[in-house]
Write a protein that binds this ligand. Structure first.
Ligand SMILES: *Cc1c(COP(=O)(O)O)cnc(C)c1O
Length: 395
């Protein structure tokens, strides 16, 4: 295939969202028609809907080794994170008012913490090392007498770095502090066992794992009390009010089941494709830089910097060629502002402003890798040439 005239669009943005798996859609369809009941209703329509909802709950627990009563369905990963962070804070309000998290969390955790800071809580944002790793020692040092929650993400959505969650969860447990992890990027991609890993609360989302958008869940270990953030009916064992999104829940359950069934196969395939992409890019383009950890990283994620080529220009140029990636730097009011994650890595300005993320998925192919490498070579060389030209003129 010629790199410059390929016709097919290429999607390398699976960390942003994924297409719904055909079997997921198939499982959801009856919930919109024949099985449309309200799971709270006593009659047979309601009971049938409840059966579907409970099966979805069971499918999720099978993937993370939890009990069905420990799953609370939410409107997505964002709400699950908010429920964990704000629900815990509210429960301990006035008694334990300190939270430990990391500087590179998803905004759903980060901004929930910022909000709590305006409402009487203190938050320690533990910095990460140059690979994006949270050190258990730094978490241990941050913990205080009045700490009520430690919330550290399982793997980062921008760079894919996988944190030492068992160590951090264990040290939190030793200190009698609740531990929450955002596992939106890891469910069905790397093994999760909430019991073995000592996780008290864990957030997941449907649309990152070939399920639908607008559905997620929070695992809450049995016996743990937190405040609710959504008030109304006594749905979800009185933990999250609102008529359950049954098509969504069924889709999430099915998606979790499918992902976990093919986890090992997908891991091998995605790692191979990703490493191939990384190697070929490094071979043909000088001065590129890997952001994240070489090995402690999610299978399908490659975040690289191309100094001399601004990340927004890279993203737009690739998009013109039908290749979808995402950038970690956004142009705000005329200047490029790296994301909080890239800032957290303390990259030089040149590296931070030229980073893009490829996130691969099940349906990507080796041919797509080759096409992308060819296109990228043209684009990066052109952008770097332009920049050198400008410098010459300026001089
Ligand atoms: C996408 C994402 C979320 C938010 O999930 P939504 O279902 O889109 O609200 C939270 N955390 C991480 C790490 C994510 O990647």
């Amino acid at each position: 295939m010629n790199s410059s005239n390929h016709k097919q669009k290429i999607y390398f943005d699976h960390s942003a969202t994924t297409p719904v798996h055909p079997q997921v859609l198939e499982a959801m369809m009856p919930c919109f028609s024949a099985n449309f009941g309200n799971a709270s209703s006593v009659h047979s329509f309601g009971q049938e809907a409840k059966v579907a909802l409970e099966e979805a709950r069971r499918q999720i627990t099978a993937v993370i080794n939890a009990e069905p009563s420990e799953i609370v369905f939410t409107s997505g990963g964002t709400e699950a994170d908010n429920l964990a962070v704000k629900g815990t804070a509210q429960f301990f309000s006035g008694r334990k008012t300190h939270i430990v998290t990391s500087a590179v969390e998803h905004h759903a955790v980060l901004y929930a913490c910022k909000y709590l800071e305006k409402n009487g809580f203190e938050v320690t944002y533990v910095p990460v090392d140059k690979f994006g790793l949270v050190s258990p020692d730094k978490v241990a040092q941050a913990i205080r007498e009045e700490t009520c929650l430690v919330s550290i993400m399982h793997a980062n959505n921008e760079i894919g770095t996988i944190n030492p969650i068992p160590e951090i969860a264990a040290l939190s447990k030793d200190r009698g502090i609740l531990f929450h992890t955002d596992a939106v990027q890891t469910l069905g991609k790397i093994p999760i066992d909430v019991k073995e890993m000592n996780i008290d609360m864990l957030s997941i989302s449907g649309h990152k794992i070939y399920g639908p958008k607008g559905i997620g869940a929070l695992y809450i270990r049995r016996g743990i009390q937190i405040e609710k953030i959504m008030h109304g009916g006594k749905h979800e064992r009185d933990r999250r009010a609102g008529t359950e999104n049954i098509p969504g829940a069924v889709g999430l359950g099915k998606a979790a089941e499918i992902c976990s069934r093919s986890m090992e196969k997908d891991r091998v395939k995605l790692t191979e494709l990703r490493d191939d992409l990384q190697r070929k890019i490094s071979d043909i383009l000088p001065e590129v830089h890997l952001n994240g950890h070489e090995t402690k990283r999610l299978p399908g994620i490659l975040n690289m910097s191309f100094p001399g080529a601004a990340s927004d220009s890279l993203l737009l140029s690739l998009d013109l060629k039908g290749i979808a990636v995402s950038n970690g730097s956004a142009c705000s009011s005329g200047t490029i502002e790296p994301s909080h994650v890239l800032k957290g890595l303390k990259l030089s300005k040149n590296l931070a402003n030229s980073a893009i993320r490829f996130s691969l998925g099940k349906e990507n192919t080796p041919e797509e890798i080759d096409v992308t490498v060819g296109v990228l070579q043209e684009i990066v060389s052109r952008l770097r040439g332009l920049k050198r030209g400008k410098k010459l003129i300026a001089a």
